[in-house]
Ligand binder design. Structure first.
Ligand code: ASC
Length: 153
């Protein structure tokens, strides 16, 4: 019985990443639920990303562990919004081109995620100079996607 439990636990742990990737098929009852989900993720991600800005500008002391913690959250959050841009979820500040030019949207969101991965590597290095460069590249890819696909307020 104990062994069976262990096997089931391990199987559950192995399935966890699949559950995460099946978020790509996430179902939202209403379009507004998808809008609220993606806006919430962006808000929290922006909070943690934004904390690194003053550090790379030299306005706040560099605490490598704190930057790593913020970047770790950004890395997780950066995977989440995309499943909430499914067909029929038009709304919020998303421009119609998210759906009309979805290939470009995917390209921009992929580029952003690649930059976040590089930022995570830079944070792990513990070197502020590397964090500064990767942070700038990531911010540029946030902006590139927003400029093309987010309505101004
Ligand atoms: C942020 C945030 C963005 C990006 C962008 C970078 O913290 O909320 O949208 O950085 O401003 O240019």
């Amino acid at each position: 019985m104990k062994t069976l439990f262990r096997v089931l636990t391990l199987a559950g742990m192995a399935a966890a990443p699949m559950l995460l990737s099946s978020a790509a098929y996430a179902q939202f009852a209403k379009a507004e639920d998808a809008v609220a989900y993606r806006e919430s993720v962006m808000t929290v991600m922006s909070s943690h990303f934004g904390r690194i800005g003053p550090v790379v500008k030299g306005e706040r002391p560099y605490d490598a562990a704190q930057v790593q913690a913020d970047v770790a959250l950004v890395a997780i959050l950066s995977k989440l919004p995309w499943a909430a841009f499914g067909t029929g979820t038009e709304g919020g500040r998303a421009k119609p081109d998210v759906w009309a030019d979805n290939a470009k949207f995917k390209q921009r969101s992929d580029a952003f995620q690649e930059n976040v991965a590089k930022l995570a590597t830079a944070a792990q290095s513990g070197k502020l100079e590397q964090v500064r460069t990767a942070f700038g590249d990531t911010a540029a890819s946030c902006k590139a996607c927003h400029d093309a696909f987010r309505k101004p307020k």
